[in-house]
Design a protein around this ligand. Sequence first.
Ligand code: ZN
Length: 190
Amino acid sequence: MVCPFALSAPLVFFLSIAYHKKSKEINGEMFTEEPTIEEIDQRFLGLALREAEIAGEKGEVPIGAVVVLENKVIGRGHNQNKTLQDPTAHAEMIAITAACNRIGSRYLEDATLYVTVEPCAMCAGALVLARLRRLVYGADDPKAGACGSLLNLVQEPRLNHQVQVTGGVREAECAGLISDFFEKIRREQK
Ligand SMILES: [Zn+2]
């Protein structure tokens, strides 16, 4: 007769492999099941929202961004137009520059940029130049959005790179931050 312990040891080994296959680390957090792309997007958009809140606390228009590569944040930024007196100091530009510095490359070909509001023409241009693979954003910007609203620079076929776009992730929270910010300014001006 075969000793039951001789059978249980390999069983435990294979079960542990099966468990490890099911668990996955996303930005330092363990998921027991393989997260869906929607869950990953919502999680990282949440980090962009945190950046947006930091901008708001400084009296800046609350927009935030993070750049993610292989499920790790490699760059983050929030709008700093007023602080730096610089019209180019948008969250996306700061996050892209930080990410390029971090990995020592001018291209971010396998990376995704998460931002709370649809990028403007300048930032959309930077996304193409950096060759970002994906853009995930929260709220549309009908007045200045250059990723599908006013125009679509990131998917312009005449340019040498096109970016995959997913919009409307955590849209209500992203748009709410902006509308609350401008409402507060209007109240203070009365
Ligand atoms: Zn911009």
